[in-house]
Design a protein. Structure first.
Lengths: 116, 111
């Protein structure tokens, strides 16, 4: 069973379109994250949710809107896509906050977004 | 906030050699230091971590050392093999807070 699964794995779209990436974890973790990895391989945190509540919102354009319907799911919706949004987006989860192992991350396989 | 610097950005070694990747951090309160390995086209995965109550931790061919006074920690890989080729990320955090990652080191092991 895949611990953290995200779909789609590949996404090719035109500038200006709106797209979503979905993420689900079956580990029973309380905290979920979205990371962006650009062509230089830098892993940049975008958002973090703990038990459906937003706890980290880095300097990300408001075209990016995360949604967590329950603690096992964290989706990412992107409006008005731009060329610079092309990257690999990784979902991750961890046990939670304030407990041992809370910051050990399990990553999904990544979603490669290409904006043309 | 925390700032993690990682060096070198690329490292090429011959199979069988040792490889060392170094990271420095800025927040003296940070006390958790993991290393993640990301093979080409794959997800990052935790390979080893260390908490500040120890100075060194080993797991087979990999080891991590921590110098809290100097605020730096290092990943050591001995007897490197081609399958060790990957991007390695260090990270730091305070308590159980969110990790701050370094910019990664691409390790290339030539047969």
């Amino acid at each position: 069973d895949t611990a953290v699964s995200q779909t789609p794995k590949y996404l090719v779209t035109q500038m200006g379109n709106d797209k979503s990436i979905k993420c689900e974890q079956n580990l029973g973790h309380d905290t979920m994250y979205w990371y962006k990895q650009d062509s230089k391989k830098f892993l940049k945190i975008m958002f973090s949710y703990n038990n459906k509540e937003l706890i980290i919102n880095e300097t990300v354009p408001n075209r990016f809107s995360p949604k967590s319907p329950d603690k096992a799911h964290l989706n990412l919706h992107i409006n008005s896509l731009e060329l610079g949004d092309s990257a690999v987006y990784f979902c991750a989860s961890s046990l939670g906050t304030g407990i041992s192992g809370a910051n050990v991350l399990t990553f999904g396989a990544g979603s490669r977004l290409t904006v043309l | 906030g925390e700032n993690v610097e990682q060096h070198p950005s690329t490292l090429s070694v011959q199979e069988g050699d040792s490889a060392v990747i170094k990271c420095t951090y800025s927040d003296s309160a940070s006390n958790y230091f993991p290393w993640y390995k990301q093979e080409l086209g794959k997800r990052p995965q935790l390979i080893i971590d260390i908490r500040s109550n120890v100075g060194e931790k080993k797991d087979q061919r990999i080891a991590v050392t921590l110098n809290k006074t100097a605020k730096h920690f290092s990943l050591h890989i001995t007897e490197t093999q081609p399958e060790d080729s990957a991007v390695y990320f260090c990270a730091a955090s305070k308590g159980y807070s969110t990790l701050t990652f370094g910019k990664g080191t691409m390790l290339l092991v030539s047969p």
